[in-house]
Design a protein around this ligand. Sequence first.
Ligand code: EZ4
Ligand code: CO
Length: 412
Amino acid sequence: MIIERAEVIVTSPDRNFVTLKLTTDDGLTGLGDATLNGRELAVVSYLRDHVVPLLLGRDAARIEDTWQFLYRSAYWRRGPVTMAAIAAVDVALWDIKAKAAGMPLYQLLGGACRSGLLAYGHASGKELPELFDSVREHQEQGFRAIRIQSGVPGLDNIYGIASNARFEANAGVRYDHEPAQRGALPTEEDWDTRSYLRHLPTVFEAVRNEFGPQLPLLHDAHHRLTPIQAARLGRSLEPYDLFWLEDCTPAENQEALRLVRRHTVTPLAIGEVFNTVWDYQQIIREQLIDYVRSAVTHTGGITHLRRVLDFAAQYQIKSGMHGPTDISPVGMAAALHLGLAIHNFGIQEYMPHGAKTNAVFRQTFTWDNGLLHPGEQPGIGVDLDLDEAGKYPYAQAYLPFNRLADGTVHDW
Ligand code: EZ4
Ligand code: CO
Protein backbone atom coordinates (compact mmCIF):
# COMPACT_ATOMS: atom_id res chain seq x y z
CA MET A 1 0.00 0.00 0.00
CA ILE A 2 2.25 2.74 -1.32
CA ILE A 3 0.80 6.20 -1.93
CA GLU A 4 1.13 6.67 -5.68
CA ARG A 5 -1.05 9.73 -6.31
CA ALA A 6 -2.22 12.63 -4.19
CA GLU A 7 -4.67 15.12 -5.68
CA VAL A 8 -6.15 18.25 -4.13
CA ILE A 9 -9.63 18.84 -5.49
CA VAL A 10 -11.31 22.22 -5.14
CA THR A 11 -15.00 22.38 -5.97
CA SER A 12 -17.78 24.87 -5.23
CA PRO A 13 -21.18 23.24 -5.76
CA ASP A 14 -23.15 25.18 -3.15
CA ARG A 15 -20.02 26.51 -1.42
CA ASN A 16 -16.26 25.89 -1.57
CA PHE A 17 -14.84 22.53 -0.53
CA VAL A 18 -11.24 21.29 -0.54
CA THR A 19 -10.71 17.52 -0.70
CA LEU A 20 -7.54 15.44 -0.68
CA LYS A 21 -7.68 12.21 -2.65
CA LEU A 22 -4.95 9.61 -2.15
CA THR A 23 -4.49 6.60 -4.42
CA THR A 24 -2.28 3.62 -3.57
CA ASP A 25 -0.32 1.40 -5.95
CA ASP A 26 -2.86 -1.37 -5.37
CA GLY A 27 -5.65 0.94 -6.51
CA LEU A 28 -7.30 1.88 -3.21
CA THR A 29 -8.43 5.48 -2.81
CA GLY A 30 -9.01 7.56 0.29
CA LEU A 31 -10.63 10.98 0.79
CA GLY A 32 -9.96 13.68 3.38
CA ASP A 33 -11.70 17.03 3.94
CA ALA A 34 -9.42 20.10 4.08
CA THR A 35 -12.05 22.85 3.90
CA LEU A 36 -11.19 25.97 5.94
CA ASN A 37 -14.05 28.39 5.45
CA GLY A 38 -12.95 31.67 3.83
CA ARG A 39 -9.27 30.64 3.73
CA GLU A 40 -9.62 27.57 1.49
CA LEU A 41 -6.74 28.28 -0.89
CA ALA A 42 -4.20 28.55 1.92
CA VAL A 43 -4.82 24.87 2.74
CA VAL A 44 -4.75 23.98 -0.96
CA SER A 45 -1.28 25.49 -1.25
CA TYR A 46 -0.10 23.90 2.02
CA LEU A 47 -1.14 20.52 0.68
CA ARG A 48 -0.14 20.87 -2.97
CA ASP A 49 3.14 22.70 -2.46
CA HIS A 50 4.37 21.21 0.80
CA VAL A 51 2.60 17.95 1.71
CA VAL A 52 1.81 16.09 -1.50
CA PRO A 53 5.52 15.80 -2.46
CA LEU A 54 6.17 14.20 0.97
CA LEU A 55 3.37 11.66 0.63
CA LEU A 56 4.30 10.10 -2.69
CA GLY A 57 6.04 6.78 -2.11
CA ARG A 58 5.06 6.55 1.59
CA ASP A 59 3.42 3.48 3.10
CA ALA A 60 -0.31 4.28 3.33
CA ALA A 61 -0.68 1.84 6.24
CA ARG A 62 1.46 3.99 8.58
CA ILE A 63 -1.15 6.47 9.77
CA GLU A 64 0.32 7.41 13.17
CA ASP A 65 3.83 7.71 11.76
CA THR A 66 2.62 9.93 8.91
CA TRP A 67 0.70 12.11 11.38
CA GLN A 68 3.75 12.53 13.62
CA PHE A 69 5.99 13.15 10.61
CA LEU A 70 3.76 15.91 9.18
CA TYR A 71 3.24 17.53 12.60
CA ARG A 72 6.85 17.42 13.82
CA SER A 73 8.82 17.79 10.60
CA ALA A 74 7.08 21.08 9.70
CA TYR A 75 8.73 22.55 12.84
CA TRP A 76 5.93 25.22 12.85
CA ARG A 77 3.24 23.61 14.96
CA ARG A 78 -0.52 23.88 15.23
CA GLY A 79 -2.73 26.48 13.55
CA PRO A 80 -5.85 26.00 11.44
CA VAL A 81 -4.12 25.71 8.06
CA THR A 82 -1.57 23.13 9.19
CA MET A 83 -4.05 21.09 11.20
CA ALA A 84 -6.69 21.05 8.42
CA ALA A 85 -4.03 19.82 5.98
CA ILE A 86 -2.85 17.10 8.40
CA ALA A 87 -6.49 16.16 9.07
CA ALA A 88 -7.13 15.61 5.36
CA VAL A 89 -4.14 13.27 5.07
CA ASP A 90 -5.13 11.43 8.25
CA VAL A 91 -8.75 10.83 7.23
CA ALA A 92 -7.74 9.76 3.69
CA LEU A 93 -5.36 7.19 5.23
CA TRP A 94 -8.05 5.88 7.62
CA ASP A 95 -10.42 5.62 4.63
CA ILE A 96 -7.81 3.53 2.78
CA LYS A 97 -7.05 1.34 5.80
CA ALA A 98 -10.73 0.60 6.39
CA LYS A 99 -11.27 -0.20 2.71
CA ALA A 100 -8.25 -2.54 2.83
CA ALA A 101 -9.81 -4.23 5.87
CA GLY A 102 -13.20 -4.40 4.13
CA MET A 103 -14.87 -2.64 7.06
CA PRO A 104 -16.63 0.63 7.75
CA LEU A 105 -14.15 2.86 9.58
CA TYR A 106 -16.05 2.81 12.89
CA GLN A 107 -15.29 -0.92 13.17
CA LEU A 108 -11.53 -0.22 13.11
CA LEU A 109 -12.03 2.43 15.79
CA GLY A 110 -13.47 -0.16 18.16
CA GLY A 111 -16.96 -0.74 16.82
CA ALA A 112 -20.28 0.95 17.55
CA CYS A 113 -21.00 2.24 21.06
CA ARG A 114 -24.60 3.17 20.13
CA SER A 115 -27.16 2.60 17.41
CA GLY A 116 -26.97 6.13 16.00
CA LEU A 117 -25.84 9.68 16.75
CA LEU A 118 -28.22 12.23 18.23
CA ALA A 119 -28.00 15.30 15.98
CA TYR A 120 -29.15 18.89 16.39
CA GLY A 121 -30.34 21.21 13.65
CA HIS A 122 -30.35 25.01 13.34
CA ALA A 123 -33.65 26.81 13.79
CA SER A 124 -33.63 30.57 13.39
CA GLY A 125 -35.88 33.55 12.88
CA LYS A 126 -35.62 37.30 13.04
CA GLU A 127 -38.93 37.36 14.97
CA LEU A 128 -40.64 34.72 17.11
CA PRO A 129 -43.27 33.49 14.58
CA GLU A 130 -40.57 32.80 11.99
CA LEU A 131 -38.43 31.10 14.65
CA PHE A 132 -41.34 28.89 15.78
CA ASP A 133 -42.01 27.86 12.15
CA SER A 134 -38.36 26.99 11.78
CA VAL A 135 -38.41 24.86 14.97
CA ARG A 136 -41.51 23.03 13.67
CA GLU A 137 -39.87 22.42 10.27
CA HIS A 138 -36.87 20.89 12.02
CA GLN A 139 -39.09 18.68 14.14
CA GLU A 140 -40.86 17.52 10.96
CA GLN A 141 -37.46 16.68 9.46
CA GLY A 142 -36.89 14.45 12.46
CA PHE A 143 -34.59 16.62 14.60
CA ARG A 144 -34.82 15.80 18.29
CA ALA A 145 -32.54 18.62 19.44
CA ILE A 146 -32.57 22.16 18.07
CA ARG A 147 -30.28 25.18 18.13
CA ILE A 148 -32.13 28.47 18.61
CA GLN A 149 -30.80 31.69 17.03
CA SER A 150 -32.93 34.80 17.01
CA GLY A 151 -32.88 38.35 15.70
CA VAL A 152 -32.18 41.12 18.21
CA PRO A 153 -34.27 44.33 18.18
CA GLY A 154 -32.33 47.19 16.58
CA LEU A 155 -29.85 44.94 14.77
CA ASP A 156 -30.40 44.34 11.04
CA ASN A 157 -28.11 41.55 10.11
CA ILE A 158 -26.68 39.14 12.65
CA TYR A 159 -25.10 35.69 12.82
CA GLY A 160 -27.18 32.56 12.52
CA ILE A 161 -30.39 33.93 10.97
CA ALA A 162 -31.45 32.58 7.57
CA SER A 163 -32.71 35.37 5.32
CA ASN A 164 -33.72 35.68 1.69
CA ALA A 165 -31.29 38.52 1.08
CA ARG A 166 -28.48 36.14 1.92
CA PHE A 167 -29.73 33.53 -0.47
CA GLU A 168 -29.78 36.15 -3.27
CA ALA A 169 -26.23 37.17 -2.49
CA ASN A 170 -25.30 33.53 -3.02
CA ALA A 171 -26.72 33.65 -6.56
CA GLY A 172 -30.10 32.19 -5.68
CA VAL A 173 -28.79 29.19 -3.80
CA ARG A 174 -31.01 28.43 -0.83
CA TYR A 175 -28.57 27.21 1.73
CA ASP A 176 -29.84 27.66 5.25
CA HIS A 177 -27.66 29.61 7.64
CA GLU A 178 -24.59 29.50 5.40
CA PRO A 179 -22.63 32.42 6.79
CA ALA A 180 -19.95 32.62 4.07
CA GLN A 181 -20.86 34.92 1.20
CA ARG A 182 -19.50 34.64 -2.30
CA GLY A 183 -17.87 37.90 -3.39
CA ALA A 184 -14.62 39.84 -3.28
CA LEU A 185 -15.12 41.31 0.22
CA PRO A 186 -16.57 40.10 3.51
CA THR A 187 -20.02 41.45 4.37
CA GLU A 188 -20.49 43.57 7.47
CA GLU A 189 -22.90 42.60 10.25
CA ASP A 190 -24.15 44.50 13.31
CA TRP A 191 -23.60 43.81 16.96
CA ASP A 192 -24.77 45.20 20.29
CA THR A 193 -24.15 43.06 23.37
CA ARG A 194 -26.51 44.92 25.73
CA SER A 195 -29.51 44.43 23.42
CA TYR A 196 -28.60 40.78 22.91
CA LEU A 197 -28.25 40.03 26.63
CA ARG A 198 -31.63 41.66 27.33
CA HIS A 199 -33.45 40.01 24.46
CA LEU A 200 -32.23 36.41 24.38
CA PRO A 201 -33.80 35.18 27.66
CA THR A 202 -37.21 36.42 26.42
CA VAL A 203 -36.74 34.32 23.26
CA PHE A 204 -35.94 31.17 25.25
CA GLU A 205 -38.88 31.80 27.56
CA ALA A 206 -41.19 32.01 24.52
CA VAL A 207 -39.70 28.89 22.93
CA ARG A 208 -40.09 26.88 26.16
CA ASN A 209 -43.70 28.07 26.52
CA GLU A 210 -44.44 27.02 22.93
CA PHE A 211 -42.53 23.72 22.74
CA GLY A 212 -42.48 22.49 26.33
CA PRO A 213 -39.74 21.49 28.76
CA GLN A 214 -38.50 18.30 27.08
CA LEU A 215 -36.94 19.41 23.75
CA PRO A 216 -33.15 19.84 24.03
CA LEU A 217 -32.32 23.45 23.06
CA LEU A 218 -28.90 24.86 22.22
CA HIS A 219 -27.57 28.35 21.52
CA ASP A 220 -24.38 29.77 19.97
CA ALA A 221 -23.10 33.11 21.35
CA HIS A 222 -20.34 32.98 18.71
CA HIS A 223 -17.41 34.36 20.72
CA ARG A 224 -18.95 37.81 21.34
CA LEU A 225 -19.04 38.21 25.11
CA THR A 226 -16.62 39.18 27.84
CA PRO A 227 -16.35 36.66 30.69
CA ILE A 228 -18.71 38.57 32.99
CA GLN A 229 -21.23 39.05 30.17
CA ALA A 230 -21.04 35.33 29.41
CA ALA A 231 -21.57 34.55 33.10
CA ARG A 232 -24.66 36.75 33.14
CA LEU A 233 -26.06 35.14 29.98
CA GLY A 234 -25.50 31.63 31.32
CA ARG A 235 -27.25 32.56 34.56
CA SER A 236 -30.17 34.27 32.84
CA LEU A 237 -30.74 31.21 30.62
CA GLU A 238 -30.76 28.73 33.52
CA PRO A 239 -34.58 28.64 33.82
CA TYR A 240 -34.77 27.39 30.21
CA ASP A 241 -32.52 24.37 30.77
CA LEU A 242 -30.19 24.62 27.75
CA PHE A 243 -28.44 21.53 26.43
CA TRP A 244 -25.50 23.90 25.93
CA LEU A 245 -24.40 27.48 25.51
CA GLU A 246 -21.71 27.56 22.82
CA ASP A 247 -18.66 29.79 22.42
CA CYS A 248 -19.76 32.24 25.09
CA THR A 249 -16.32 33.91 25.05
CA PRO A 250 -13.45 33.94 22.54
CA ALA A 251 -11.92 31.05 24.42
CA GLU A 252 -8.30 31.35 23.36
CA ASN A 253 -8.14 32.86 26.84
CA GLN A 254 -8.92 29.57 28.56
CA GLU A 255 -8.85 31.12 32.05
CA ALA A 256 -11.89 33.23 31.19
CA LEU A 257 -14.04 30.14 31.57
CA ARG A 258 -13.20 29.94 35.28
CA LEU A 259 -15.10 33.14 35.83
CA VAL A 260 -18.05 31.97 33.73
CA ARG A 261 -18.20 28.65 35.62
CA ARG A 262 -18.24 30.39 39.00
CA HIS A 263 -21.57 32.01 38.11
CA THR A 264 -23.61 29.58 36.06
CA VAL A 265 -24.61 25.93 35.77
CA THR A 266 -25.66 26.31 32.11
CA PRO A 267 -23.56 23.66 30.27
CA LEU A 268 -20.80 25.12 28.08
CA ALA A 269 -19.52 23.99 24.67
CA ILE A 270 -16.32 25.39 23.18
CA GLY A 271 -13.76 24.71 20.51
CA GLU A 272 -14.92 24.82 16.89
CA VAL A 273 -12.00 27.16 16.12
CA PHE A 274 -9.48 25.15 18.16
CA ASN A 275 -7.15 22.77 16.39
CA THR A 276 -5.07 20.80 18.90
CA VAL A 277 -5.29 19.18 22.31
CA TRP A 278 -3.13 22.03 23.63
CA ASP A 279 -6.00 24.49 23.05
CA TYR A 280 -8.04 22.40 25.49
CA GLN A 281 -5.40 21.64 28.11
CA GLN A 282 -6.61 23.97 30.86
CA ILE A 283 -10.33 23.92 30.12
CA ILE A 284 -10.50 20.13 30.16
CA ARG A 285 -8.23 19.61 33.17
CA GLU A 286 -10.12 22.23 35.21
CA GLN A 287 -13.49 20.95 33.91
CA LEU A 288 -14.43 24.38 32.58
CA ILE A 289 -16.50 23.01 29.69
CA ASP A 290 -18.99 20.19 29.11
CA TYR A 291 -18.67 19.61 25.34
CA VAL A 292 -15.74 19.65 22.91
CA ARG A 293 -16.80 21.38 19.67
CA SER A 294 -13.82 20.44 17.49
CA ALA A 295 -14.41 18.86 14.09
CA VAL A 296 -12.28 16.05 12.67
CA THR A 297 -11.59 18.37 9.70
CA HIS A 298 -10.03 21.17 11.75
CA THR A 299 -8.31 19.20 14.50
CA GLY A 300 -5.76 16.96 12.85
CA GLY A 301 -8.15 14.22 11.77
CA ILE A 302 -9.39 11.08 13.48
CA THR A 303 -5.99 10.42 15.07
CA HIS A 304 -5.76 13.74 16.92
CA LEU A 305 -9.42 14.42 17.72
CA ARG A 306 -9.69 10.97 19.27
CA ARG A 307 -6.78 11.93 21.52
CA VAL A 308 -8.60 15.13 22.56
CA LEU A 309 -11.82 13.21 23.25
CA ASP A 310 -10.07 10.47 25.23
CA PHE A 311 -8.51 13.21 27.40
CA ALA A 312 -11.96 14.82 27.76
CA ALA A 313 -13.49 11.47 28.77
CA GLN A 314 -11.40 11.39 31.96
CA TYR A 315 -13.41 14.44 33.08
CA GLN A 316 -16.86 13.30 31.85
CA ILE A 317 -16.65 15.88 29.06
CA LYS A 318 -18.39 14.76 25.87
CA SER A 319 -18.11 15.34 22.15
CA GLY A 320 -20.21 17.93 20.33
CA MET A 321 -18.50 17.95 16.97
CA HIS A 322 -18.87 20.97 14.70
CA GLY A 323 -21.02 20.06 11.68
CA PRO A 324 -21.84 23.20 9.68
CA THR A 325 -22.14 23.24 5.88
CA ASP A 326 -18.45 24.13 5.63
CA ILE A 327 -17.52 20.67 6.89
CA SER A 328 -17.75 18.70 3.63
CA PRO A 329 -19.61 15.38 3.35
CA VAL A 330 -16.17 13.76 3.69
CA GLY A 331 -15.54 15.57 6.98
CA MET A 332 -19.05 14.73 8.20
CA ALA A 333 -18.58 11.05 7.38
CA ALA A 334 -15.34 10.97 9.37
CA ALA A 335 -17.15 12.62 12.30
CA LEU A 336 -19.94 10.04 12.21
CA HIS A 337 -17.54 7.10 12.31
CA LEU A 338 -15.64 8.63 15.24
CA GLY A 339 -18.83 9.61 17.07
CA LEU A 340 -20.24 6.10 16.75
CA ALA A 341 -17.08 4.50 18.14
CA ILE A 342 -16.24 6.68 21.16
CA HIS A 343 -17.90 6.19 24.52
CA ASN A 344 -18.13 9.89 25.40
CA PHE A 345 -20.22 10.96 22.42
CA GLY A 346 -22.53 13.86 23.30
CA ILE A 347 -24.32 15.24 20.24
CA GLN A 348 -23.52 15.91 16.57
CA GLU A 349 -24.29 19.20 14.80
CA TYR A 350 -26.00 18.47 11.49
CA MET A 351 -26.73 20.97 8.70
CA PRO A 352 -27.83 19.03 5.62
CA HIS A 353 -25.87 19.87 2.46
CA GLY A 354 -27.50 21.09 -0.77
CA ALA A 355 -28.44 18.95 -3.79
CA LYS A 356 -25.39 19.96 -5.87
CA THR A 357 -23.05 19.11 -3.01
CA ASN A 358 -24.71 15.73 -2.61
CA ALA A 359 -24.23 15.04 -6.33
CA VAL A 360 -20.50 15.78 -6.08
CA PHE A 361 -20.05 13.75 -2.88
CA ARG A 362 -22.01 10.49 -2.94
CA GLN A 363 -22.69 9.48 0.63
CA THR A 364 -23.93 6.42 2.49
CA PHE A 365 -24.87 7.90 5.86
CA THR A 366 -28.43 7.50 7.08
CA TRP A 367 -30.75 9.87 8.95
CA ASP A 368 -33.45 8.07 10.79
CA ASN A 369 -35.66 9.16 13.68
CA GLY A 370 -33.27 11.97 14.68
CA LEU A 371 -30.19 9.75 14.59
CA LEU A 372 -27.30 9.77 12.12
CA HIS A 373 -25.39 6.63 11.16
CA PRO A 374 -22.34 6.45 8.86
CA GLY A 375 -23.51 3.30 7.04
CA GLU A 376 -21.77 0.00 6.40
CA GLN A 377 -19.70 0.67 3.27
CA PRO A 378 -15.99 -0.15 3.71
CA GLY A 379 -14.00 3.03 4.47
CA ILE A 380 -15.72 6.27 5.40
CA GLY A 381 -18.45 5.67 2.82
CA VAL A 382 -18.05 8.72 0.55
CA ASP A 383 -17.22 8.79 -3.17
CA LEU A 384 -16.23 11.94 -5.01
CA ASP A 385 -17.59 12.34 -8.55
CA LEU A 386 -14.78 14.21 -10.33
CA ASP A 387 -16.93 15.10 -13.34
CA GLU A 388 -19.53 16.71 -11.09
CA ALA A 389 -16.84 18.42 -9.03
CA GLY A 390 -15.30 19.84 -12.21
CA LYS A 391 -18.51 21.71 -13.03
CA TYR A 392 -18.06 24.04 -10.06
CA PRO A 393 -14.82 26.04 -9.96
CA TYR A 394 -13.68 27.81 -6.79
CA ALA A 395 -15.59 31.02 -6.08
CA GLN A 396 -14.08 33.53 -3.68
CA ALA A 397 -16.11 33.71 -0.48
CA TYR A 398 -15.60 35.19 2.97
CA LEU A 399 -17.16 34.88 6.38
CA PRO A 400 -18.77 38.15 7.53
CA PHE A 401 -17.35 40.41 10.22
CA ASN A 402 -18.97 42.61 12.90
CA ARG A 403 -18.92 46.31 13.65
CA LEU A 404 -20.50 47.97 16.67
CA ALA A 405 -22.69 51.07 16.22
CA ASP A 406 -19.66 53.37 16.61
CA GLY A 407 -17.74 51.53 13.90
CA THR A 408 -15.49 49.41 16.13
CA VAL A 409 -14.71 45.96 14.73
CA HIS A 410 -16.07 43.31 17.11
CA ASP A 411 -15.62 39.53 17.34
CA TRP A 412 -17.80 37.72 14.80
O1 EZ4 B 1 -19.70 30.14 12.16
O2 EZ4 B 1 -19.00 27.09 10.46
O3 EZ4 B 1 -21.76 26.39 15.37
N1 EZ4 B 1 -21.59 26.71 14.26
C1 EZ4 B 1 -20.95 27.81 13.85
C2 EZ4 B 1 -20.75 27.98 12.38
C3 EZ4 B 1 -19.48 28.76 12.05
C4 EZ4 B 1 -19.04 28.47 10.66
C5 EZ4 B 1 -17.66 29.07 10.39
O4 EZ4 B 1 -17.09 28.53 9.27
O5 EZ4 B 1 -20.54 28.58 14.67
O6 EZ4 B 1 -21.88 28.61 11.79
CO1 CO C 1 -20.54 27.68 16.61
